[in-house]
Design a protein around this ligand. Structure first.
Ligand SMILES: [Zn+2]
Length: 139
C-alpha cells in the first residue's frame, strides 16, 4: 500500500496563456473554473476561445462545485520523466456540472481508486504562480 500524494514542484509546469489565464488564476484562489457557451449552453474544458460543441465565441467562466465521480483511472508506476513521484493515479473525473477533466487522485492508498467513487477537488500550489487541482475521495 502506498499513500497517493501531490507531486512536488520539480514536475514540468503548465504555461498559462491569454486564453487559459483565468483558469489558472481561479485555481490559485481555490476555485475550479470551466467555460459555458452563451449560444448552446455547452461546457468547454480545457480552456478555449470557441465552444467545443458549436464553435460559438461567447464563453463565460463559471465556478465548479469541485465535486464529481471517478469516470476512469490508471495508476502509473513508470513515469514519463523521473520528475514524477510514483505511484500516482491519473483519473478522469466526471464533474457534477456535466464535464470531464483529467487529474490525479490523492489522500488515499493507491489501490483505492474505483470507477464511480465520489471525489472532491483539492488545491495544491507548486510555486507562486501555478496551483494544481487534485481530487480526493469524499468519505
Ligand atoms: Zn456552444
Amino acid at each position: 500500500m502506498t499513500l497517493l500524494t501531490p507531486q512536488h514542484g520539480d514536475i514540468p509546469k503548465p504555461h498559462p496563456t491569454l486564453v487559459s489565464r483565468p483558469y489558472w488564476d481561479g485555481l490559485r484562489r481555490g476555485e475550479l473554473l470551466f467555460q459555458r457557451c452563451g449560444a448552446c449552453n455547452g461546457i468547454t474544458h480545457t480552456p478555449a476561445i470557441v465552444c467545443a460543441h458549436c464553435n460559438g465565441r461567447v464563453l463565460s467562466w463559471e465556478r465548479s462545485s469541485g465535486h464529481g465521480t471517478i469516470y476512469s483511472w490508471s495508476t502509473v508506476w513508470r513515469p514519463q520523466t523521473p520528475a514524477f513521484t510514483v505511484p500516482y493515479t491519473a483519473i478522469i473525473v466526471a464533474l457534477d456540472e456535466g464535464w470531464h477533466m483529467l487529474s490525479n487522485l490523492v489522500g488515499c492508498e493507491h489501490d483505492e481508486a474505483e470507477v464511480g467513487l465520489r471525489v472532491e477537488v483539492v488545491f495544491h500550489p507548486i510555486d507562486g504562480e501555478i496551483t494544481l487541482p487534485y481530487f480526493q475521495i469524499i468519505r
